[in-house]
Ligand binder design. Structure first.
Ligand SMILES: Nc1ncnc2c1ncn2[C@@H]1O[C@H](COP(=O)(O)OP(=O)(O)OP(=O)(O)O)[C@@H](O)[C@H]1O
Length: 468
């Protein structure tokens, strides 16, 4: 489960049933959400499937011992605070557990109050950690305004944008649709010395050529039928500020030359006037097309391209910065909660996995719309698989089947024999299929068997075969 707010959850991994039962009852009474596992394997399984804040971990379990579990927690970077409990209390295992980042160490028999004090301390520690994360995020928010990101590619890009915002250079932003080109251009404006002057944006696809010209440069009264009054264009209105030309690749060639003139001589004419006017604007242009290729094909002026491309900025698509997906979801959910009066606080692991697997062709705009749909259709305070659209579910399944990789074989001197390769692919398929289905159905085996149209026992055989 991906928590959007802090609920307090604890996992007890202990082979003694009485400890599991009584401790769980006691902790549940104190308002904790408690999960239990009677051996190491089940404990490890739960740790990889659900999010818990604290794990109370017995060292001497029947199968995998607690020290090995601590090692796995470190290796898999599972975000949980381990508190070790053991009947033996020998100093060597205590030292080893602490080396493996155990938060504290308690020896059996223990008093329920003792363990509660340690648990409270652990939650205080988690609270502090969360506070530090929040402060770090607030620093980022302060730096980047509305832009949410924790991706290093994006941070590098924003650092470059901030650096060039101090100059008057023309900037060309390239990025797929919905990646945040307009947001980045307004960030550049805010960081520039022009930030108390206008920031005007125009989408070059939005109007036919003659209206676009009038929008950009204005017209004199009577310049054409319908020009009843003088109109000032964006280059006039935005004087001393920033003009953002979105989708510049769609601009007709006549207007391309007029923009070039503004960039070179800072002058333009209103439609119907002979007089050149001066303008002092910084131009930020954006496109999702390959302007270099358009120049080669003769559909975009090369001189304008070179003039615009003084500082190129590339915004990576969302699928190349998946670490941004859940922070964006969290931020959109929080805003929507306020707007529509809901209190959604978590996203299930299964739902988060699908959101992370999806390729997001419409990037952040698409994600924003999907989150809005999920929030509106969600009945409780938890977004689960029910809220995920069938399109996203279907595309994740296709991804899963496209993962058979022959690329390393192509480089191999010895081509694998047919049967070996076939067996390997079938095994990969069986494992991914069963794992995907288990995640989708939150490990409900009967439901998995129904979806797969298999007998329950056959599905269980599959699980055993791949140790799932
Ligand atoms: N990093 C981000 N953090 C928060 N919101 C974002 C981020 N990037 C984009 N958005 C939001 O996603 C939506 C699309 O962003 P924007 O309009 O800036 O993209 P664009 O690349 O200019 O799109 P287009 O190519 O269609 O013009 C907007 O609602 C914007 O607020």
């Amino acid at each position: 489960m991906v928590k959007l707010d802090l609920n307090r959850s604890i996992l007890i991994v202990d082979d003694e049933e009485s400890i599991r039962t009584y401790l769980a009852m006691d902790l549940e009474q104190d308002g904790y959400e408690v999960h239990k596992a009677e051996n190491g394997r089940k404990g490890m399984g739960l740790l990889t499937k659900i999010h818990v804040d604290v794990v109370l971990l017995d060292l001497n379990l029947g199968d995998i011992n607690g020290i090995e579990i601590l090692r796995e927690i470190q290796r898999l970077d599972i975000q949980v605070v381990p508190i070790v409990i053991t009947a033996y209390g020998d100093i060597r295992s205590a030292v080893e557990a602490m080396k493996l980042s155990a938060f504290d160490y308690i020896t059996k028999p223990f008093d329920a109050d003792d363990i509660k004090i340690v648990i409270e301390k652990a939650f205080k520690f988690i609270g502090l950690e969360n506070h530090i994360n929040l402060l770090e995020r607030q620093v980022d928010q302060f730096q980047y305004g509305e832009l949410i990101t924790c991706s290093s590619k994006m941070k590098d890009m924003l650092q470059l944008a901030e650096k060039v915002s101090a100059t008057d250079s023309t900037i060309l932003i390239h990025g797929e649709t919905g990646t945040g080109k307009e947001l980045v251009s307004s960030f550049i404006h805010r960081k520039s010395a022009r930030n108390d002057k206008p920031f005007v944006t125009i989408d070059c696809t939005s109007l036919p050529e003659n209206l676009m010209e009038s929008e950009l440069f204005g017209h004199e009264k009577g310049a054409f039928t319908g020009a009843i009054n003088l109109k000032r264009g964006l280059f006039e209105v935005a004087n001393e500020g920033t003009v953002f030309l979105n989708e510049i690749g769609e601009l007709p060639s006549v207007l391309q030359s007029k923009i070039l003139r503004v960039l070179e001589s800072r002058t333009f004419r209103r439609i119907g006037s002979e007089k050149y006017l001066m303008t002092d604007v910084r131009v930020v242009a954006a496109t999702n097309r390959n302007l270099g290729k358009m120049v080669e094909q003769g559909t975009f002026r090369s001189d304008l391209y070179y003039r615009l491309n003084v500082v190129p900025i590339e915004i990576p698509p969302l699928r190349e910065r998946k670490e941004d997906i859940m922070p964006l979801v969290e931020s959109f959910v929080a805003k929507l909660n306020k707007r529509v009066g809901k209190s959604i606080s978590s996203v299930s692991n299964g739902a988060a996995d699908l959101l992370l697997q999806y390729q997001w062709p419409g990037n952040i705009r698409e994600l924003k719309n999907v989150v809005e749909h999920m929030v509106i259709t969600c009945n409780g305070d938890h977004i689960g698989l029910n809220e995920i659209s069938s399109e996203i579910k279907a595309s994740a399944t296709v991804e899963c089947f496209n993962n058979f990789d022959f690329s390393c074989d192509e480089k191999c001197e010895i081509w694998p024999d047919f049967q070996t390769k076939k067996k390997e692919i079938i095994q990969n398929f069986e494992k991914s299929y069963a794992l995907g289905l288990l995640k989708k159905n939150a490990y409900n085996i009967s439901q998995c068997a129904r979806d797969a149209q298999m007998h329950r026992s056959s599905f269980q055989r599959l699980m055993r075969k791949y140790d799932l």
